[in-house]
Design a protein around this ligand. Structure first.
Ligand code: NDP
Length: 248
């Protein structure tokens, strides 16, 4: 379904990003992993995807909070693969604290990675997508951006910002056949949620109607749909993958 298409996945080395890489590769897409560092983890993922799915895979060192690195990465992906059709803005961090004690540096770090990073990569892909009159942009938001989770002022604000950015991008690029949608996961079992206390995790799990944490694959399945031509008439939306956590 995605043969001949290249996807760049930010923060693709682990967690949801790695699951998205695996899913898109299983559908035939070539994969550019944008990661803060090229290490054994990215090398192992490259080897796995190449051997298992026969696609081309390469890792690019890229800190998404740095606009210049994003531009260089996209330029290099285009030079190496000859095309780029899918951008998955997945890289994200948390630095939780109540507003009263939140450090300015932690507020800035989260906004710069989650929100500005999404903007930086979107801007870097804007012209190529516009020129080719096709492209799929998939942004990782969060139900925290809709619910306003206590202790996550920086994170929730960044993820609400991602929703606004998704809508703006969808409107600006619709006439060029480019779609942009956001996924809002709930509680997904990754390193990010491993950092949450056992008590808070138990509370989360109790409030999920489907009665379990999500898996990175649950999110990757939706990303695959949004990356495929089957979603060509879907743009500017936010779709929750949360087991019903945020049903209102
Ligand atoms: P992880 O912490 O498991 O992985 C995050 C990834 O982002 C890592 O690969 C990390 O790279 C990368 N990353 C962080 N900062 C940067 C940066 N500045 N530049 C490039 N890459 C960076 O998180 P998840 O897989 O759980 O989350 C993926 C996305 O999904 C995030 O945007 C997150 O906010 C969102 N999400 C996750 C939820 C969950 O429950 N897990 C819920 C809702 C949303 P490195 O290895 O170098 O640290």
């Amino acid at each position: 379904m995605l043969n001949g298409k290249t996807a760049v996945v930010t923060g693709g080395a682990r967690g949801i990003g790695a699951a998205v890489c695996r899913k898109l590769a299983s559908l035939g897409a070539d994969i550019a992993i944008a990661a803060r560092k090229c290490d054994e983890r990215t090398a192992a993922l490259e080897q796995e995807l190449t051997e298992q799915y026969g696609v081309r895979v390469k890792t690019y060192p890229c800190d998404v909070s740095d606009a210049e690195q994003c531009k260089v990465t996209v330029k290099q992906v285009l030079a190496d693969f000859g095309n780029l059709t899918i951008l998955v803005n997945n890289a994200g961090i948390t630095r939780d604290a109540l507003i009263l004690g939140m450090k300015e540096s932690d507020f800035d770090a989260v906004i710069n990675t989650n929100l500005k990073g999404t903007f930086n990569m979107t801007q870097a892909c804007y012209r190529p997508f516009m020129k080719q009159k096709y492209g799929k942009i998939i942004n990782l938001s969060s139900v925290s951006g809709q619910l306003g989770t206590a202790g996550q002022a920086n994170y929730a604000a960044s993820k609400a910002g991602v929703v606004a950015l998704t809508k703006v991008t969808a409107r600006e690029l619709a006439s060029r056949g480019v779609t942009c949608n956001a996924i809002a996961p709930g509680f997904i079992a990754t390193d990010m949620t491993d950092a949450i206390s056992e008590e808070a995790t138990a509370d989360y799990l109790k409030s999920i109607p489907l009665g379990r944490a999500g898996t990175p694959e649950d999110v990757a399945n939706l990303a695959a749909f949004l990356a495929s031509p089957e979603s060509d008439y879907v743009t500017g939306t936010v779709i929750r993958v949360d087991g019903g956590l945020a049903i209102s």
